[in-house]
Write a protein that binds this ligand. Sequence first.
Ligand code: SF4
Length: 503
Amino acid sequence: MNLSKSRYTAYCQCPKNLWLGVNHPELVEPDAARESRFAQGNEVGDLAKQLFHNTVDVTTHTVDRLDIQAMIEKTRQCIADGVECIAEAAFSHGGCYCAVDLLHREGAGWAIYEVKSSTYKSDKDDTADHLRVYTQDIAYQRYVLEQCGLKVAGTNLVRLDSRYIRGEELDIHGLFHIKDMATLVEEEYAKLATNIPLAKRVLQSKVEPAADIDAHCNAPYACAFFKHCLGDVPQPNVFDLYRMNFDKKCALYREGKVDFESLRGESLTDMQQLQVESYLSNRPLVDADAIQQYLSQLSYPLYFLDFETYQTAVPQLLGTTPYQQIPFQYSLHYIEHEGGEIKHKEFLGESGTDPRRALAEQICKDIPMGVCTTAYNKGFECGRLQELAEAYPDLANHLNDIADHIVDLIDPFRQKMLYLPEMNGSFSIKRVLPSLFPGDPELDYNNLTGCVHHGGEAMDIFPRIKDMPPAEAAHARESLLRYCELDTWAMVKVWQKLKEVVK
Ligand code: SF4
């Protein structure tokens, strides 16, 4: 079995990570975000080929996998033919294989361009730690290429530039940021002679390497085998503690302070202490005065707002940036006066169009200026409203006014006015709701009969509706509407519960 770029970086995180990935891939925790990143990565990789003229892509498939041998042969041929840039240039030496995203002829040698769908933000953010996995990846490629007799003239990292704003046409050179990684790669390269034989030994081993939970499980990224390695520990445990630094959790874990009983007396924040004590005593915390004070800032008519958004790595719409959240839908419950009827309005854009202008106009009609609106974790809704205000200056006053009058419905929970043991240190609506209304089928997202049950599904399905046959598209739109409606109905129920608690 060959070592590859991803296997080498897995080894660098932890030998056990490499071994489990090869021998027990079924233990990987499902991660929808990882799947989505993978799909976006393919699109970004395809576009990056346009960075250089006359790029020849040597990717070759058998029926169900890459034909590595054919790719290696084609790469050799391209080099011999004087091709300027090779995409997926493949090399193998001594059990080490790699495919270089873009291999560009520069001077008397070849420069490596490793393409990632992540974003460049600023030089300040580009710390060695932040770039560590990329550095390991590129250093490994340089090693394999040099073993194959190639002169490596440059080592570069290509990412999407988060500062890029899309115009009418996509500007490939503005979209991508290229970072010279030579200095960082040089340091990492020195470790390869030692690491590669060790990694190969792990690959051949029949025995799972021993490795305990530690800081490396979460850095440079959260390991997909964490649940497996944690094993049969009590629930809840130290890794559930609210906003505790991962290294500190590991230190407590190593001291055997795993279950909540053993965490009593530790130096914990107020919220962590509340989390532990509330669980152990099975008692809620209710600060009626604080809740009363919170509720007194909400005035009629009162609105409950929730946006759904989607994002693409490569900006598709004029004036947007990589991964910008594009609002395409909202749900709005509202009540005009004390004891009044709870009414509902909604908006869902047309898939395949830019939904923002129509959404912005509609929300200005649906929410008057100066009224009180609630959102759950309001930073998201306020951020989208402010972006819409920037995009449509003629509506900016109204949109900013809505944002300015939003009161956050998460505050009573995050600010320790109401805490239930079942929340276990999480204040997401998906955790708070079943804690406040256990077993209520009306508030159970799993009971939605459509094809959308969480934000990830909403985000995924909206851009695809434009390509669906009419009946399927109608079903998807109805599913989106009912899903988003439940989000704001849940907020209404939370607000009613807060009022009930202080009655
Ligand atoms: S969870 Fe930690 S110990 Fe287990 S494989 Fe991953 S990095 Fe290694």
